[in-house]
Design a protein around this ligand. Structure first.
Ligand code: CU
Length: 508
């Protein structure tokens, strides 16, 4: 795209897109962890358009002043061509807050590299963000009418000037116009009118091409497409998934990174009063075909949410579908024709904890006597810290010892009751760990002069999310919009994965 086209498109897209609605409604990125020696929280507010400006808030824990810098790294640009880092400066409104913004110029996977320099040493972290346009508003009618009116005036004015210039400019003042001059002016004006029509048609064609390309990269909701069906074989219900058939075409292998050792993380969430939920890990059976043996979830309608991270761009995404599960097959014992992932988990949370009371503890009680306590939090509001701090107590009321579950102390899923928002949370943040590894490998590979894609690190990230023995954890998150939400929190203790459910109403 040429520079002028680019800027024109940019201005128009700014007019079009003002409302942030991400792929499944939760675009902002939250990080909680260590940046070198400094514990820090980072919030990245991702723009709804491309190019757009991301706002980055860094809150390091330090009683000494620090130098904080931020840098956008694009997945397909080599490090040596990336721009110089921008400083994140102390914000006057809050002590200890460093704030900056960055332009995300292209569509695709970015990492925001946050660097901290201070007395205690230096630290750097990669936080992956998706740079995708998430919304397109229609052109307002009044703006269309005003623009057409202005264009009409411009054309008519132009024609009048051309006609006068061709017909009258060579005449001395106060001379009457004869027919030859009049004809000259008319011919010039007619010629100019055709020129104007031609350029308007050309402009319209260019605009349509531009808009088609914008729409191709637009992700208003879940992406890519997902087709799901269930069949029963060997006493098992098998969920059969096809990811991105429409998006990528029939003969395409979807390039995926493993996240916590799995290609896909699938959440099955019961609809219409069915309080069953499952966190499963389908197995690849073909280029974009996946299957998973279903646990004994009751018959009914379910929503499916599948998280994935693409290995070519480091983009992470969530795709969604609905499914009706037939009854659990009876009479035959499963022949185990499809391996069941030992990290698959499911639960039926018949009595969710309603956690709307501000400044009070909300408890979810498990059948085995265990409790998950959500510590007191202020009234929940959209785009404010959700205060997701938890503690696990055993049947005797003592702090329980947590074990890592797929490398993390906790996995959680948030869904707005209408399914319009879905996010997958961890103590380290709500970004894709696989995408983070992708950028860490890229930076390490290019710094050492090696290949960028070799040695893809898929370590289990034990250094993140406080995988030390503890009974408490925090999930950094802000609910993106008002509404009724369900929150499922998973943790592992005594070798057993537990799933708690909290229901909350988030105020605007
Ligand atoms: Cu997880």
């Amino acid at each position: 795209m040429s520079r002028s086209r680019f800027f024109f498109a940019f201005i128009v897209l700014c007019l079009l897109a003002v409302n942030a609605r991400a792929h499944i409604g939760s675009p902002d990125v939250f990080f909680d962890g260590k940046i070198g020696p400094y514990p820090a929280k980072v919030t990245i507010r991702v723009p709804p358009v491309v190019p757009g400006r991301a706002e980055i808030d860094v809150r390091p824990v330090s009683n000494r002043p620090l130098q904080v810098s931020i840098l956008p790294l694009f997945s397909k640009t080599s490090l040596k061509n990336s721009p110089p880092p921008e400083p994140a400066l102390p914000a006057p409104e809050e002590a200890g807050l460093y704030r900056g913004d960055l332009w995300l110029m292209r569509s695709g996977g970015y990492s925001v590299e946050v660097k901290i320099h201070g007395d205690a040493g230096d630290g750097v972290v990669q936080i992956p963000v998706n740079s995708v346009a998430t919304h397109q508003l229609p052109l307002p009618r009044y703006l269309a009418v005003a623009l057409i009116g202005l264009a009409g005036l411009l054309v008519i004015g132009g024609l009048a000037i051309v006609r006068a210039a061709a017909g009258e400019s060579t005449l001395p003042p106060d001379t009457a116009l004869d027919s030859s001059h009049r004809r000259k002016g008319l011919i010039a004006a007619t010629f100019t009118a055709f020129l104007c029509l031609g350029s308007l048609a050309g402009g319209r064609y260019w605009w349509n091409v531009e808009e088609a390309s914008f729409r191709k990269h637009l992700r208003e909701g879940a992406w890519p497409d997902l087709a799901a069906e269930v069949h029963t074989a060997g006493g098992q219900r098998i969920l059969h998934l096809t990811v991105g058939e429409t998006t990528f075409g029939p003969h395409y292998t979807i390039p995926l990174l493993t996240d916590h050792g799995k290609l896909l993380h699938l959440f099955l969430i019961g609809k219409d009063g069915n309080s069953s939920v499952a966190h499963l890990h389908p197995i690849r059976q073909g280029g974009k075909v996946f299957e998973v043996a279903l646990p004994p979830l009751p018959e009914g309608d379910y929503r499916i949410f599948v998280d994935l991270t693409l290995s070519d761009t480091g983009l992470s995404s969530t795709t969604t579908a609905s499914i009706h599960l037939p009854p659990v097959p009876s009479g035959s014992t499963p022949t185990d024709n499809l391996r069941v992932d030992p990290d698959d988990s499911w639960a039926t949370c018949t009595t969710p904890s309603v956690a709307n009371a501000a400044d009070a503890v909300s408890a979810y009680h498990f059948e085995d006597g265990l409790q998950l306590l959500w510590k007191p939090h202020p009234t929940l509001r959209a785009r404010h810290d959700a205060g997701l701090q938890f503690e696990v107590r055993d049947a005797a009321g003592q702090p329980a010892t947590l074990e890592p579950y797929m490398g993390m102390i906790s996995h959680a899923a948030v869904m707005r009751a209408d399914g319009g928002v879905f996010a997958h949370l961890h103590p380290a943040g709500n970004f894709s760990m696989a995408a983070q590894s992708f950028f860490e490998s890229k930076v390490a590979g290019e710094a050492s002069g090696g290949a960028t894609s070799s040695g893809m690190m898929d370590h289990s990230r034990m250094h993140h999310g406080g995988a030390t023995a503890s009974s408490a954890f925090e999930l950094p998150y802000e609910f993106p919009s008002a509404g009724d939400y369900h929150l499922w929190v998973q943790f592992k203790t005594a070798g057993q994965v537990h799933t708690a459910r909290f229901d909350v109403t988030v105020a605007p």
